[in-house]
Design a protein around this ligand. Structure first.
Ligand code: ZN
Length: 375
């Protein structure tokens, strides 16, 4: 973890430290919540020297140490587009929490194959609003994780540089909103699509029937048990159970034998039930549409927020669709709070990485606006 040793007295004056570092005070407070008295955490890269360097005794010494740190915007991994299998995500979460100590990561639970499902959190401790964003419920929609992580890195970077974007002030969003991000809901499924069954230590034949004898797994949408995680939630689940074509586990669309049989769906239900956010955004592909209503149970704010989303993305808001038992459906049904499913990009899933720049350019405004609440 990146920190420097510091004379505890110096930490009494966070606003002075904020001036020296040119970083919002709120970020420093957030980054130092768990720090011991003589440790000082602040955004930066390669501060491994922290343990061995002599402690900063004065503000001047601190300033010298700070000036030695590399510039954040020269770090290539921060701006790179990455395709995330579960190992790549783990690697990047380590870098991100090291570089930006105001971001915390937790393992919410485990997938069917025992892989961790991560949540990343940031936002001021006394922030009044909460937003949750997730990606890759569906395995063949892995590009959504790339979009979400690229934006999260942009958010962290702009928090430190103070850069405004699309009319939003990142430090203001940080003060206003606690953000919860689950970038990879279905790690087993995404690994199957990107790396193949052998990588997971499973014989190819074991999936052949569920995969309807297709030569590869690139269209696999379900979790590793052949259950569609976004058809697993107890809100008119019976309707989907009755009408979805697969009557047994399949590479796509099977709602399960009952609601919430799959560990990934249970993890997401538990996360929301323990602290229902004010706003929920689920990233999927494809269609350039945003679903925002559910049986008229959505709150009145949704009809305003969707206009902002439409304006920033050029995507089309759709209030009602004939679909049930999804994560967002259940959220609106049970909590009557804002929920949006964003269908990124256009084409046939899996969307190719060549679409990434176009998708990101259109959708990043939705992600920024997700953290903004009209006061
Ligand atoms: Zn989807």
């Amino acid at each position: 973890m990146a920190f420097i040793k510091i004379k505890p007295d110096l930490k009494q004056n966070m606003s002075r430290l904020s001036d020296i570092l040119n970083i919002p005070e709120q970020l420093l407070i957030s980054a130092n919540l768990g720090a011991s008295l003589d440790e000082f955490y602040f955004p930066g890269v390669n501060q491994q020297a922290g343990k061995d360097a002599p402690p900063a005794e004065t503000y001047e010494q601190l300033e010298l140490l700070v000036n030695e740190r590399p510039r954040l915007d020269e770090e290539q991994w921060l701006t790179e587009t990455i395709v995330y299998d579960s190992a790549a995500l783990k690697n990047e979460i380590e870098k991100l929490t090291e570089c930006f100590p105001f971001v915390t990561s937790h393992i919410l639970g485990r997938s069917a194959l025992g892989q961790p499902i991560y949540e990343l959190c940031l936002g001021a401790e006394d922030a009044e609003k909460t937003t949750h964003i997730n990606a890759s419920f569906h395995a063949n929609e892995w590009i959504t994780t790339s979009v979400l992580m690229k934006w999260l890195k942009e958010y962290c970077l702009f928090l430190c540089t103070g850069q405004h974007v699309l009319g939003f002030s990142p430090p203001e969003l940080f003060r206003q909103t606690k953000l919860s991000v689950v970038p990879l809901v279905n790690p087993d499924g995404v690994d199957l699509v990107l790396l193949g069954p052998e990588h997971l230590g499973i014989e190819r034949d074991a999936f052949d029937e569920m995969n309807e004898h297709q030569p590869d797994f690139k269209e696999w949408k379900a979790n590793i048990n052949g259950v569609d995680l976004n058809n697993q939630f107890p809100s008119d689940w019976e309707i989907e159970k009755r009408r979805k074509p697969p009557k047994s586990p399949s590479y796509r669309d099977y709602p399960g034998d009952e609601p919430l049989t799959e560990p990934e769906a249970i993890v997401m239900r538990d996360l929301i039930a323990s602290q229902p956010p004010d706003r929920l955004v689920a990233l999927h592909t494809q269609g350039e549409e945003i679903y925002w209503g559910y049986k008229g149970l959505e709150p009145p704010e949704s009809s305003k927020v969707i206009q902002t989303f439409e304006r920033l993305s050029g995507y089309k808001g759709v209030r009602f669709i004939d679909s049930y038992a999804g994560f967002r459906d259940w959220f609106i049904h049970f909590y009557q709070k804002e929920g949006y499913t964003v269908e990124l990009g256009k084409g046939k899933n899996p969307l190719p990485l060549s679409q990434f720049d176009d998708i990101y350019c259109k959708s990043r405004g939705i992600l920024w606006a997700s953290c903004f609440f009209e006061s």
